[in-house]
Write a new protein. Structure first.
Length: 446
């Protein structure tokens, strides 16, 4: 079989084998840490916390942490504070000249921005840590256990442990990026999502078996629809619009260059899953504001803590569209693309080189980004519609939504990197006939 042959080829490449084993080791460390309970917490008294994270936005937050949130783990706050800090820094690169200058400094500027992002992450964690402990004390009180929260050693030490745990998760993600396979931060989120998938499927299957009147048929229909949405998400991530480029003839010595037509592939969704991650991080803000609790908060706050509510999904969809344009503007530079074409003696037929070419590329990107961002937003809010048709909360989270899109984007990106290693060593990729997996950049993996 092609798949077995590809796995054998992967194992033959020492560098790729070591990267995969390193990734697996870091993933096992992350999963192990998600079950290490904070010192001083009785694991048997977490039943109310498990019930709290069974639905709503808390369930999604618990999924992103791989269950660490509901386990009162040292990794309970997960990677989302780092994502939130990254959003703030990237927004500052647009509004603040100091960060704009830093962004243009190349590798040294990137290192400075990463350092500032880490400091901001610690500041966010110092705010979220006590909020998490307050909510934990309330949930444990419902189970008959008292947790002394105040300005005492337990609160201080637990906050430090929670901060250290999240920073360690961030460090694991960076090590996966450097020494493993795929984008480490996204991969950490992916692992947390996949860890919840088997249980969600079993729970939905069991509930449908107990339904009278074709429950099993309904379950099979749900699986088929889920696979269709999955396939549509793949097409959305991989879809491109090709711009024809003509290269003029050049004769250097006895050799002729150019004179051929090629294409610039522009992705319909160039930002991939980043708008989803960014928008979701913003939607977690109400939880932090009310201390992870909906009790006593206003109706406005409760609406934004329910991921099935109309206002939550409307704002979530708008944020996805906005972040898609924002992130596309960061990673796609029409001026630079036009300059590169001009330097390489290339031009778009019917368009003048230089400024006109940059404007043309920018117009094309704006046109294809709008439908791409809207489709991305529609897929992101599909779980709310799934809930309307009686799909269980745990399974509905995979019925489109943030979970599915992150899974599609990160898995394709990881497979693309593995295939790149195979092709560099002259092995076949995952498919026959020259078909290649498109990764995050939208380019073929050669």
């Amino acid at each position: 079989m092609k798949f077995i042959e590809t796995c054998k080829n992967i194992w033959k490449i020492e560098d790729l084998r070591n990267r995969l084993l390193t990734t697996l080791l870091f993933v096992l460390i992350y999963r192990f840490g998600s079950f290490i309970v904070l010192p001083g917490i009785d694991p048997t008294a977490l039943s109310s916390l498990h019930a709290q994270t069974a639905g709503g936005l808390m369930a999604l937050l618990d999924m992103f942490s791989g269950g660490a949130f509901s386990n009162a783990s040292v990794f309970a706050l997960g990677i989302m504070p780092y994502i939130s800090a990254s959003i703030v820094i990237q927004l500052l690169t647009i509004a603040v000249p100091y960060f704009q200058k830093m962004q243009k400094e190349g590798e040294s500027g990137r290192q400075k921005m990463n350092q500032i992002t880490r400091y901001l992450t610690v500041a966010i964690l110092l705010f979220q840590g006590p909020s998490y402990l307050v909510n934990l004390s309330v949930q444990m009180a419902q189970a008959g256990q008292r947790l002394d929260i105040g300005f005492n050693w337990f609160t201080i030490s637990s906050t430090i442990i929670l901060c250290a745990g999240s920073m360690f998760v961030m460090w694991l993600g960076e090590r996966i990026t450097d020494r493993g396979v795929g984008n480490g931060i996204s991969f950490i989120i992916l692992i947390g999502i996949i860890a919840r998938l088997p249980g969600a499927i079993v729970q939905e299957f069991s509930s449908r078996l107990n339904d009278a009147g074709g429950g099993l048929i309904v379950f099979l229909l749900e699986v088929v629809i889920l696979l269709l949405v999955f396939a549509f998400a793949i097409m959305l991530v991989q879809g491109t619009r090709k711009i024809p480029v003509q290269y003029a003839k050049r004769i250097v010595g006895n050799k002729q260059y150019g004179g051929v037509r090629q294409y610039i592939p522009l992705k319909v969704n160039a930002a991939n899953v980043m708008p989803i991650i960014f928008a979701q991080a913003i939607m977690f803000i109400p939880i932090a504001i009310v201390g992870f609790r909906a009790d006593g908060s206003s109706a406005f706050m409760r609406a934004f803590m329910d991921n099935n509510s109309f206002w939550y999904n409307l704002v979530f969809g708008i944020l996805i569209v906005a972040f898609t344009y924002f992130y596309t503007a960061i990673i796609i530079n029409p001026v630079q693309m036009a300059e590169n074409l001009k330097l390489n003696n290339g031009f778009i037929p019917g368009v003048k080189p230089g400024k006109k070419t940059a404007e043309y590329i920018d117009t094309i990107m704006s046109r294809i980004t709008l439908p791409g961002s809207i489709l991305l937003a529609i897929i992101a809010i599909l779980p709310a519609f799934a809930r309307l048709f009686g799909v269980s909360m745990s399974f509905a989270q995979f019925f489109g939504g943030t979970s599915l899109l992150i899974m599609v984007g990160v898995i394709l990106d990881t497979l693309q990197q593995i295939e790149s290693h195979l092709l560099m060593r002259h092995y076949d990729g995952f498919f026959d006939g020259g078909m290649r997996i498109k990764g995050r950049s939208g380019a073929m993996a050669y």
